[in-house]
Ligand binder design. Structure first.
Ligand SMILES: Nc1ncnc2c1ncn2[C@@H]1O[C@H](COP(=O)(O)OP(=O)(O)OP(=O)(O)O)[C@@H](O)[C@H]1O
Ligand SMILES: [Mg+2]
Length: 661
């Protein structure tokens, strides 16, 4: 065993079953190898593995940077009880360099914490607690700063102010990645204070800082190698989707082309403060239990159990301790491994009430509906919020909103924007450009557009002639691709839109695994259903189980999947009812059209024979036809059974039906 580890020799089994070393020369000795064995700092690790944090390409790096800063700002404002107002500004500073500036009106950060927050990985206030927030790891913003530094050599700049009377602290911070610690570059290593007067304003101007006058708040500026491109997975899309899930925030956004976009809050209702909870015993693994026992300051096992965990009352603690063959007065730090094992087993075998779930703050059905209606065009909207549930001892809650119909994004794109997007695109073909740029356009729909616009099928997006461009734009505006259009799925975790790794995410997998045909949407097995539908799914939890540190996809816990399915079914049923009624109205219309088409001819033919009054006959026939079609409608429901009008329309609460003009 040690031989095998010491050198890379080839080992063959000997005659008696033991392994006999072959004669190959040893390459390195244990001593030689020991010289190369040393600690790896977290920052060095993540600098090499930047894709784990969402910095795998320049386009995504831009989005991740904006997202980390905005998420932090929203968390800070909400934690302080402030209605968030955020300023996001992106400027191009070189061919592949961009500067991102994000400011908030949050509580600000005290001076001595600023360098650690922005110049050290794994430093934060959210990791050690179980409380619903956007951030949880303590990596986000310092990683963005590190990426900026690695790609442009420029340090992160931070301004923060905690009260109107206090100066604004200004720091230029460069992370020392070897040591994972901050180096402060300005004010002789102490940072600088900007006074709240004209002198201060001059300083801001001279240093080209972006600071909107606020009583308190924080502004982060990072320069990084990036690429700005609109469309799917862009900063624009992230901000728009953030506005849907956060109806209480205001965002001012200035893009690299100096276009401004403002998202105004649709409510001044700040979500209630989520409560912090203790871990539930069911969610604690053996190793963690052993650690907690070792590290606790409690002196008795009974007290340790009631103080460290949620839902462990003194009587439950007694039951647990008895089941493990221990005493409430046992000293936690002194338990031997077999005793810890028994205690762990006792926890699994004892019935402990589920954790309290009032620590989750959902968006709520009404606000969800409002948010969705504001941003997604449609004729029918429904939402559903499930009661909270628990996975691995962690409370979570699922919400779903659905929008159906309305003009697709292709109808809304202006010719200038289309031209710009074509110019910026790195897609190789027009077909690829269409599927990547527009949500819900699949390859079939793209082909349909290309054929209808009579554009060269293999043309690269940047090489369209003026005529082709005009024709493509017209086609996009006029052709409806409802058949080829697939469902749009917006995924959210703790109100943050998730834009990458859709395939690896439990949300997408659950949507695909459902039978949407029963709700009136065509669907091929195991695929997203087709039709002009947008579904937004929100997973809220005190600890969201992401598949990686970049927080892009949700891991497949069966408890979460079950709730997802129930919530999707709730809105699916409402959609089904609505679509069936629409179908019925359509049938009624078609039948009437057929009657009308023949009535005129019948009336003329009959008066030719009996020489009666044609118009009078026509009117009488018309009356009969109207009665007949009304009657037929009542008899003909989707399933052939009589349809009760009242019942069909009863869609329950939280549904919006937009009257079509
Ligand atoms: N704009 C801000 N205003 C106030 N405090 C902030 C702000 N930005 C960051 N912080 C503080 O800095 C800490 C570190 O932020 P960072 O983004 O690195 O990690 P996080 O948000 O805790 O977790 P995650 O890695 O999941 O984003 C936060 O926990 C928060 O306490
Ligand atoms: Mg964060």
């Amino acid at each position: 065993m040690t031989d095998a580890m010491d050198s890379e020799q080839i080992i063959e089994p000997g005659n008696n079953g033991t392994r006999k070393p072959s004669k190959i020369k040893r390459r390195a000795s244990a001593e030689a190898m020991s010289a190369a064995q040393k600690e790896i700092s977290v920052s060095e690790f993540f600098a090499k593995n930047r894709h784990l944090l969402g910095f795998d390409n320049p386009r995504k790096a831009l989005l991740t940077t904006v997202k980390e800063a905005v998420d932090n700002s929203l968390d800070a404002c909400e934690e302080a009880g402030i209605l968030p107002e955020i300023w996001v500004q992106i400027e191009q500073t070189g061919k592949t360099h961009y500067q991102v500036s994000v400011q908030d009106n949050g509580p600000g950060i005290v001076k001595k914490q600023i360098p650690l927050i922005f110049g050290k990985l794994l430093y934060g206030s959210k990791f050690h607690r179980l409380r619903m927030s956007r951030g949880q790891q303590g990596i986000g913003i310092s990683a963005a700063g590190m990426y900026g530094l690695l790609t442009t050599g420029k340090a992160i700049r931070v301004m923060s102010k905690i009260s109107p009377r206090k100066p604004t602290h200004f720091y230029v911070i460069r992370m020392d990645t070897k040591a994972n610690k901050p180096d402060i570059l300005n004010g002789g290593g102490e940072g600088e204070d900007i006074p709240p007067n004209d002198e201060g304003r001059k300083f801001v101007e001279q240093n080209k800082l972006h600071w909107n006058e606020v009583e308190h708040g924080t502004c982060v500026t990072i320069e990084l190698e990036a690429k700005y491109q609109r469309g799917r997975g862009s900063v624009d899309e992230y901000l728009e989707q953030t506005a849907i899930s956060n109806p209480h925030i205001t965002i001012h956004y200035r893009d690299p082309e100096a276009l401004e976009k403002h998202y105004q809050a649709v409510t001044d209702y700040l979500p209630p403060e989520p409560k912090e909870i203790k871990p539930h015993p069911y969610g604690v693994e053996f190793g963690r239990l052993a650690h907690l026992l070792h590290d606790t300051t409690e002196t008795s096992l009974g007290k340790f159990l009631t103080e460290s965990f949620s839902r462990v009352s003194p009587s439950i603690a007694k039951t647990l301790v008895a089941a493990a063959g221990l005493g409430v007065r046992s000293i936690p730090q002194k338990l031997a491994r077999p005793e810890v094992e028994k205690l762990y087993q006792a926890v699994q075998d004892t019935k402990i009430p589920a954790p309290s779930t009032d620590c989750i703050v959902p968006i709520g059905e009404a606000l969800l509906l409002q948010g969705l209606h504001k941003v997604v065009p449609g004729e029918f909207f429904a939402s559903a919020t499930r009661p909270p549930a628990v996975y691995r001892g962690n409370p979570f809650q699922i919400e779903v909103g659905l929008a159906y119909g309305g003009a697709p994004a292709t109808h809304r794109v202006s010719r200038e924007t289309l031209e710009e997007m074509l110019g910026e695109s790195d897609a190789r073909t027009l077909r690829q450009f269409l599927t990547v740029t527009f949500d819900s356009i699949g390859p079939d729909a793209a082909d349909k557009f290309i054929r209808a616009a009579k554009v060269r099928p293999r043309v690269s997006p940047g090489n369209l002639t003026d005529k082709e461009l005009a024709s493509l734009h017209e086609t996009l505006q006029t052709i409806s691709v409802n058949d080829g259009q697939t469902m749009n799925v917006y995924r959210y975790a703790n109100r943050v839109p998730l834009q990458f790794q859709a395939g690896a995410c439990l949300i997408t997998q659950t949507v695909m695994g459902m039978n949407w045909k029963s709700y009136g949407l065509p669907q091929s097995r195991g695929q997203l259903p087709r039709g002009p539908v947008t579904v937004m799914v929100h997973v809220a939890s005190v600890w969201v189980p992401f598949t990686s540190e970049s927080k892009e996809a949700i891991a497949a816990y069966p408890e979460i999947q079950k709730e997802l399915r129930l919530a999707l079914q709730a809105v699916g049923r409402k959609l089904g009812t609505y679509l069936r009624r629409r179908q019925k109205v359509k049938q009624e219309g078609e039948r009437r059209t057929i009657f009308l088409r023949y009535l005129g001819e019948v009336a003329t033919a009959v008066t030719n024979i009996n020489h009666g009054d044609r118009d009078e006959l026509y009117n009488r026939l018309l009356e009969v036809a109207k009665q007949r079609t009304a009657l037929a409608d009542v008899q003909l429901g989707e399933d052939g059974k009589p349809l009760d009008e009242e019942e069909t329309l009863d869609l329950g609460e939280n549904v919006i039906i937009v009257e079509r003009t």
